[in-house]
Design a protein around this ligand. Structure first.
Ligand code: FAD
Length: 485
């Protein structure tokens, strides 16, 4: 019997798992995908928002500013990648200047620090590549950029270190309320048999599928409508075009498109917002990317289109209620953490703290776990090391001297480190999200065979079982000589 069963290991479920691990509880974290942080958490803007834009009094406003304030400490403990570079919300007309003053006042109501209206002279001096027609901007000094999937992975790794049991490829297909506990039925990917988990409390952090999970207990007071956003990612030599996150003032027709350096120094432009035909539909389309490009050029006219290295899409879990849902549901002991669209990445750590409070209010005894260790071991990233540091490391661990991904300078040592950590992985994308091998301009064209060989040698996974991104994405179909016979 678990005290708590968390459904969904995105950034929200992982943050809740880590926060609850601060107490003496038996916790399991169930994830249907083959890796954590593999849903919306892996494909978004990666912005730690200031929290100035959310409607005062809303659940979003309650958690976004509070979440933002937690990031510096979380980064010091977990080393997932966060830089507080600040953001600028650009105004191009007098009407938009008025609008940013209103948004500034909104930010004051939300108790957001570090807000300032800056003029065009400031913009020219500090952001020389912006469109010169920008008249003013709302500067938010506390906004930043993070690596969203690395944040989710770091939270999950630390939760596991502190006793949380992670079950991957484990889809919840039914939930039943028994007299004094829940019976959660799960299905392991590709296997016909079912398993059952008993838990005192269930937390629904299933992202885009949180309405489907709630329906398993007959809870029908919200639906999730997937809203897609598409992006273009540019090579690192474009990342320096702007120093801060550049937003546009929302209009009735568009929320605007952002231009930002990513945590790792690429340039990211996007997203748009269109209704997605299915919850996991992630195709990009020419017309959307054209729209994103044109909108972004309004802020930063001179990025080079031939420097695009990839495009991608993410789907927001937009709730029918218009706000985050963080509450014990009508079924006692079943807590919905649903509809966590943007700025859910920012809000996740604060939501996790609130969930602990909800558990306490629902009658659960929360005794401190004195053994809780907030620290997670950082990766030894050779791309960031001095020649002397690297030489020292290679003397001790020669695998760090064998570069596998030439675009991002990732060594065999880093890949082995990823493979030896607490979350079992065997896909190229899982390696990519942890080490950046395959993330560069060749998009894994060169390093794929080498990474497969390393996975194969370091784990019990045979070459033909290695996938690009889990079930249904096999890389090798069989021996080519055999196929020719
Ligand atoms: C285009 C876009 C841009 C965004 N930009 C930002 C931003 O810049 N800043 C910001 O703060 N936020 C941003 N967000 C929002 C942020 O990405 C999300 O709020 C956050 O990732 C949500 O995390 P989650 O854990 O709720 O969902 P997810 O990451 O989707 O995790 C839910 C998990 O539940 C699992 N699951 C589902 N059903 C089941 C089941 N039956 N059994 C087991 N597991 C299940 C899924 O596989 C998934 O891994 C953006 C979102 C989008 C789409």
């Amino acid at each position: 019997m678990y005290d708590v069963c968390i459904i969904g290991a995105g950034v929200v479920g992982a943050a809740i798992a880590r926060e609850l691990a601060k107490f003496k509880l038996k916790i399991c974290l169930l994830e249907k995908s083959e890796d954590v942080a593999n849903g919306t958490t892996k494909a978004n803007s990666g912005i730690v928002h200031g929290g100035y834009a959310d409607k005062p009094g809303s659940v979003k406003a309650k958690f976004s500013g509070a979440g933002n304030r937690m990031f510096p400490k979380l980064e010091a403990e977990l080393h997932f990648g966060f830089r507080q570079i600040g953001s600028l919300l650009l105004a191009f007309s007098d009407a938009e200047v008025q609008e940013i003053h209103k948004i500034y006042a909104n930010g004051q109501k939300n108790n957001i620090s570090g807000l300032e209206i800056v003029d065009s002279a400031f913009l020219r001096k500090n952001e020389p590549n912006l469109n010169l027609e920008a008249k003013a901007a709302l500067l938010c000094k506390v906004a930043g950029v993070t690596s969203p999937y690395e944040f989710g992975i770091a939270l999950a790794e630390n939760a596991i270190l502190n006793g949380v049991e992670l079950k991957l490829s484990c889809e919840v297909i039914a939930i039943k309320k028994e007299l004094d506990h829940f019976l959660v039925t799960t299905k392991l990917n590709d296997l016909p048999n079912h398993d059952h988990i008993k838990a005192q409390r269930v937390i629904n952090a299933a992202g885009l599928f949180s309405d489907d999970v709630a329906r398993m207990l007959g809870i029908k007071n919200f639906t999730i409508n997937p809203k897609q956003g598409q992006y273009l990612l540019f090579d690192k030599d474009q990342g320096g075009l702007v120093n801060r996150v550049i937003f546009q003032v929302p209009t009735p027709n568009s929320k605007g498109v952002l231009v930002t350096p990513t945590y790792h120094g690429n340039l990211l432009v996007g997203p748009d917002a269109t209704s997605a035909p299915e919850k996991e539909y992630l195709d990009t389309a020419d017309q959307n990317l054209k729209f994103v490009t044109e909108m972004a050029k309004k802020s930063v006219p001179n990025f080079e289109m031939r420097k695009v290295i990839t495009s991608f899409a993410g789907n927001r879990a937009t709730p029918s209620t218009g706000d985050f849902i963080v509450e014990e549901s009508e079924v006692k002991g079943f807590i919905n953490v649903a509809g966590i669209e943007s700025p859910g990445l920012t809000a996740a750590p604060a939501i996790a703290v609130a969930v602990c409070e909800i558990m306490r209010e629902s009658g659960m005894t929360l005794l401190p776990n004195e053994k809780f260790n907030p620290e997670r071991k950082p990766y030894k990233t050779i791309a960031n090391m001095s020649a002397e540091e690297l030489e020292e490391l290679i003397k001790k661990e020669p695998a760090y001297g064998r570069v596998v991904c030439r675009c991002e300078t990732v060594s065999e040592g880093e890949i082995l480190d990823a493979l030896q950590r607490s979350i079992p992985i065997n896909s190229l994308d899982a390696i990519k999200r942890r080490t950046r091998a395959g993330m560069g301009r060749c998009q894994s064209g060169f390093c794929t065979p080498k990474i497969m060989e390393i996975i194969c040698n370091a784990t019990s996974v045979s070459m033909d079982k290695i996938t690009k991104k889990g079930s249904g994405s096999k890389l090798l179909m069989g021996r080519s000589k055999k196929a020719l016979q």
